[in-house]
Design a protein around this ligand. Structure first.
Ligand code: F6R
Length: 222
Protein backbone atom coordinates (compact mmCIF):
# COMPACT_ATOMS: atom_id res chain seq x y z
CA UNK A 1 0.00 0.00 0.00
CA UNK A 2 1.32 3.44 -0.89
CA UNK A 3 0.02 6.98 -0.98
CA UNK A 4 -0.79 8.16 -4.50
CA UNK A 5 -0.44 11.93 -4.59
CA UNK A 6 -2.86 13.66 -6.94
CA UNK A 7 -2.32 17.14 -8.35
CA UNK A 8 -5.77 18.34 -7.42
CA UNK A 9 -9.00 17.39 -5.69
CA UNK A 10 -10.66 17.10 -9.11
CA UNK A 11 -8.00 14.66 -10.30
CA UNK A 12 -8.41 12.53 -7.17
CA UNK A 13 -12.21 12.49 -7.48
CA UNK A 14 -12.05 11.61 -11.17
CA UNK A 15 -9.54 8.78 -10.65
CA UNK A 16 -11.92 7.04 -8.27
CA UNK A 17 -14.94 7.89 -10.42
CA UNK A 18 -13.30 6.24 -13.43
CA UNK A 19 -12.43 3.20 -11.29
CA UNK A 20 -16.10 2.89 -10.38
CA UNK A 21 -17.24 3.36 -13.99
CA UNK A 22 -14.86 0.61 -15.13
CA UNK A 23 -16.10 -1.76 -12.45
CA UNK A 24 -19.73 -1.12 -13.46
CA UNK A 25 -18.93 -1.64 -17.11
CA UNK A 26 -17.61 -5.07 -16.20
CA UNK A 27 -20.41 -5.84 -13.78
CA UNK A 28 -23.54 -3.66 -13.39
CA UNK A 29 -24.48 -5.65 -10.29
CA UNK A 30 -21.39 -4.52 -8.38
CA UNK A 31 -22.14 -3.41 -4.82
CA UNK A 32 -20.84 -0.07 -3.57
CA UNK A 33 -19.89 0.96 -0.04
CA UNK A 34 -20.30 4.71 0.39
CA UNK A 35 -18.87 7.33 2.71
CA UNK A 36 -20.09 10.79 3.63
CA UNK A 37 -18.16 13.84 4.86
CA UNK A 38 -16.58 16.53 2.75
CA UNK A 39 -14.00 14.35 0.97
CA UNK A 40 -16.19 12.29 -1.41
CA UNK A 41 -18.33 15.23 -2.56
CA UNK A 42 -16.20 15.68 -5.73
CA UNK A 43 -16.45 11.97 -6.48
CA UNK A 44 -20.23 12.08 -6.12
CA UNK A 45 -20.37 15.11 -8.41
CA UNK A 46 -18.34 13.18 -10.97
CA UNK A 47 -20.63 10.15 -10.71
CA UNK A 48 -23.78 12.30 -10.82
CA UNK A 49 -22.66 13.60 -14.23
CA UNK A 50 -21.51 10.21 -15.48
CA UNK A 51 -23.43 7.68 -17.59
CA UNK A 52 -22.82 5.00 -14.96
CA UNK A 53 -25.99 3.12 -14.02
CA UNK A 54 -26.48 1.99 -10.42
CA UNK A 55 -30.12 1.03 -10.81
CA UNK A 56 -29.46 -2.71 -10.73
CA UNK A 57 -27.57 -2.77 -7.50
CA UNK A 58 -27.27 -1.98 -3.80
CA UNK A 59 -25.25 0.50 -1.81
CA UNK A 60 -24.29 0.32 1.84
CA UNK A 61 -23.36 3.48 3.67
CA UNK A 62 -20.71 3.33 6.34
CA UNK A 63 -22.39 5.22 9.12
CA UNK A 64 -25.15 7.43 10.43
CA UNK A 65 -25.58 9.71 13.43
CA UNK A 66 -27.83 8.53 16.23
CA UNK A 67 -30.89 10.58 17.07
CA UNK A 68 -31.00 12.70 13.93
CA UNK A 69 -34.12 12.31 11.81
CA UNK A 70 -33.44 11.21 8.23
CA UNK A 71 -34.59 14.59 6.96
CA UNK A 72 -32.19 16.55 9.16
CA UNK A 73 -29.79 18.37 6.79
CA UNK A 74 -26.79 16.90 8.63
CA UNK A 75 -28.01 13.31 8.62
CA UNK A 76 -25.95 11.13 6.34
CA UNK A 77 -29.07 9.93 4.57
CA UNK A 78 -29.87 13.54 3.69
CA UNK A 79 -26.25 14.08 2.59
CA UNK A 80 -26.39 11.10 0.21
CA UNK A 81 -29.72 12.22 -1.20
CA UNK A 82 -28.38 15.69 -1.85
CA UNK A 83 -25.00 14.66 -3.27
CA UNK A 84 -25.69 11.44 -5.18
CA UNK A 85 -29.05 9.72 -4.86
CA UNK A 86 -30.99 12.67 -6.31
CA UNK A 87 -29.01 12.08 -9.53
CA UNK A 88 -28.27 8.35 -9.44
CA UNK A 89 -30.66 5.86 -7.99
CA UNK A 90 -29.67 2.48 -6.69
CA UNK A 91 -31.97 -0.50 -6.59
CA UNK A 92 -31.68 -0.16 -2.82
CA UNK A 93 -29.51 1.95 -0.54
CA UNK A 94 -28.89 0.91 3.03
CA UNK A 95 -27.77 2.86 6.08
CA UNK A 96 -26.95 1.35 9.46
CA UNK A 97 -29.68 2.21 11.96
CA UNK A 98 -30.83 1.32 15.43
CA UNK A 99 -33.27 -1.11 13.84
CA UNK A 100 -31.01 -2.97 11.42
CA UNK A 101 -27.52 -2.74 12.85
CA UNK A 102 -27.48 -6.25 14.27
CA UNK A 103 -28.16 -7.58 10.77
CA UNK A 104 -26.10 -5.08 8.80
CA UNK A 105 -23.04 -7.33 8.58
CA UNK A 106 -25.17 -10.31 7.54
CA UNK A 107 -26.68 -8.19 4.77
CA UNK A 108 -23.21 -7.14 3.65
CA UNK A 109 -22.01 -10.74 3.69
CA UNK A 110 -24.96 -11.68 1.51
CA UNK A 111 -24.22 -8.88 -0.96
CA UNK A 112 -20.46 -8.40 -0.68
CA UNK A 113 -19.10 -4.94 -1.35
CA UNK A 114 -17.06 -4.69 -4.55
CA UNK A 115 -15.83 -1.15 -4.04
CA UNK A 116 -15.72 0.65 -0.70
CA UNK A 117 -15.11 4.41 -0.51
CA UNK A 118 -13.45 5.66 2.68
CA UNK A 119 -12.41 9.00 4.09
CA UNK A 120 -10.15 9.32 7.12
CA UNK A 121 -10.59 11.31 10.32
CA UNK A 122 -7.71 13.39 11.69
CA UNK A 123 -7.47 10.82 14.50
CA UNK A 124 -7.21 7.93 12.02
CA UNK A 125 -10.82 6.80 12.20
CA UNK A 126 -12.39 5.07 9.21
CA UNK A 127 -16.17 5.23 9.11
CA UNK A 128 -16.77 6.05 12.81
CA UNK A 129 -14.37 3.41 14.06
CA UNK A 130 -12.55 5.59 16.54
CA UNK A 131 -9.07 4.85 17.98
CA UNK A 132 -9.25 1.76 20.16
CA UNK A 133 -11.73 -0.08 17.91
CA UNK A 134 -10.89 -3.72 17.33
CA UNK A 135 -10.08 -5.16 13.93
CA UNK A 136 -12.90 -7.68 14.47
CA UNK A 137 -15.54 -5.06 15.15
CA UNK A 138 -18.95 -5.43 13.52
CA UNK A 139 -21.58 -2.73 13.00
CA UNK A 140 -21.98 -1.03 16.36
CA UNK A 141 -23.08 2.07 18.24
CA UNK A 142 -20.15 4.32 19.01
CA UNK A 143 -19.52 7.23 21.36
CA UNK A 144 -17.86 9.83 19.17
CA UNK A 145 -14.56 11.17 20.49
CA UNK A 146 -14.15 14.83 21.37
CA UNK A 147 -11.80 15.13 18.39
CA UNK A 148 -14.45 13.88 15.95
CA UNK A 149 -17.19 16.00 17.51
CA UNK A 150 -14.93 19.04 17.14
CA UNK A 151 -13.99 18.17 13.53
CA UNK A 152 -17.63 17.65 12.56
CA UNK A 153 -18.92 20.75 14.33
CA UNK A 154 -18.07 22.71 11.16
CA UNK A 155 -21.23 21.23 9.61
CA UNK A 156 -23.49 22.26 12.52
CA UNK A 157 -24.57 25.64 13.95
CA UNK A 158 -22.73 24.91 17.19
CA UNK A 159 -20.67 22.13 18.72
CA UNK A 160 -23.55 21.35 21.12
CA UNK A 161 -25.67 20.36 18.14
CA UNK A 162 -23.29 17.59 17.03
CA UNK A 163 -24.70 14.17 17.99
CA UNK A 164 -22.56 12.38 20.57
CA UNK A 165 -23.21 8.92 19.16
CA UNK A 166 -23.32 7.25 15.77
CA UNK A 167 -23.80 3.79 14.29
CA UNK A 168 -20.94 2.58 12.18
CA UNK A 169 -20.00 -0.35 10.03
CA UNK A 170 -17.19 -2.15 11.85
CA UNK A 171 -13.68 -2.72 10.61
CA UNK A 172 -14.35 -6.38 9.82
CA UNK A 173 -16.95 -5.63 7.14
CA UNK A 174 -14.88 -2.78 5.71
CA UNK A 175 -11.93 -5.17 5.34
CA UNK A 176 -14.12 -7.65 3.46
CA UNK A 177 -14.63 -5.21 0.56
CA UNK A 178 -12.92 -6.46 -2.58
CA UNK A 179 -11.47 -3.05 -3.42
CA UNK A 180 -11.07 -0.03 -1.15
CA UNK A 181 -10.34 3.56 -2.10
CA UNK A 182 -9.18 5.67 0.85
CA UNK A 183 -9.35 9.38 0.01
CA UNK A 184 -7.78 12.26 1.88
CA UNK A 185 -7.98 15.90 0.96
CA UNK A 186 -5.80 18.57 2.61
CA UNK A 187 -2.51 19.04 4.40
CA UNK A 188 -4.19 18.50 7.78
CA UNK A 189 -4.66 14.83 6.80
CA UNK A 190 -1.05 14.21 5.73
CA UNK A 191 0.42 13.14 9.10
CA UNK A 192 -2.34 10.71 9.97
CA UNK A 193 -2.33 9.31 6.45
CA UNK A 194 1.41 8.60 6.63
CA UNK A 195 0.97 6.98 10.05
CA UNK A 196 -1.84 4.84 8.65
CA UNK A 197 0.02 3.69 5.58
CA UNK A 198 3.61 3.38 6.84
CA UNK A 199 3.23 3.20 10.64
CA UNK A 200 2.58 0.39 13.07
CA UNK A 201 -0.64 -1.55 12.54
CA UNK A 202 -2.78 -1.20 15.63
CA UNK A 203 -6.13 0.07 16.86
CA UNK A 204 -4.67 3.42 17.97
CA UNK A 205 -4.88 4.29 14.28
CA UNK A 206 -7.83 2.27 12.90
CA UNK A 207 -6.92 3.14 9.29
CA UNK A 208 -3.60 1.30 9.76
CA UNK A 209 -5.53 -2.00 9.53
CA UNK A 210 -5.90 -1.26 5.82
CA UNK A 211 -2.22 -2.21 5.41
CA UNK A 212 -3.49 -5.79 5.77
CA UNK A 213 -6.03 -5.37 2.98
CA UNK A 214 -4.92 -6.75 -0.37
CA UNK A 215 -6.51 -4.20 -2.67
CA UNK A 216 -6.55 -0.73 -1.13
CA UNK A 217 -5.62 2.40 -3.04
CA UNK A 218 -4.83 5.50 -1.00
CA UNK A 219 -5.25 8.82 -2.80
CA UNK A 220 -4.16 12.16 -1.39
CA UNK A 221 -4.32 15.75 -2.57
CA UNK A 222 -3.55 19.10 -0.93
C1 F6R B 1 -18.24 9.46 7.03
C2 F6R B 1 -17.06 8.74 7.49
C3 F6R B 1 -15.96 9.46 8.18
C4 F6R B 1 -15.31 10.51 7.30
C5 F6R B 1 -14.15 11.18 8.02
C6 F6R B 1 -13.53 12.28 7.18
O1 F6R B 1 -19.14 8.57 6.41
O2 F6R B 1 -17.02 7.57 7.33
O3 F6R B 1 -14.99 8.51 8.56
O4 F6R B 1 -14.86 9.90 6.12
O5 F6R B 1 -14.57 11.71 9.22
O6 F6R B 1 -14.44 13.31 7.02
P1 F6R B 1 -14.18 14.50 5.98
O7 F6R B 1 -14.21 13.89 4.62
O8 F6R B 1 -15.32 15.45 6.19
O9 F6R B 1 -12.85 15.07 6.31
Amino acid sequence: MEIIKCNSYEEMSKKVGVGIENQFEKNPFSVLGLATGSTPIGLYQYLSNSKVDFSKTFSFNLDEYMDLPFNHPQSYEYFMEENLFAYKQFRKSYFPSEKNYRNYDVMIQRFPIDIQILGIGTNGHIAFNEPGTSKDSLTHVVDLTENTIKDNSRFFDSIEDVPKQAITMGIKSIMRAKKIYLLANGKHKKDILEKSVYGEINSDVPASFLQEHKNTEVLYCE
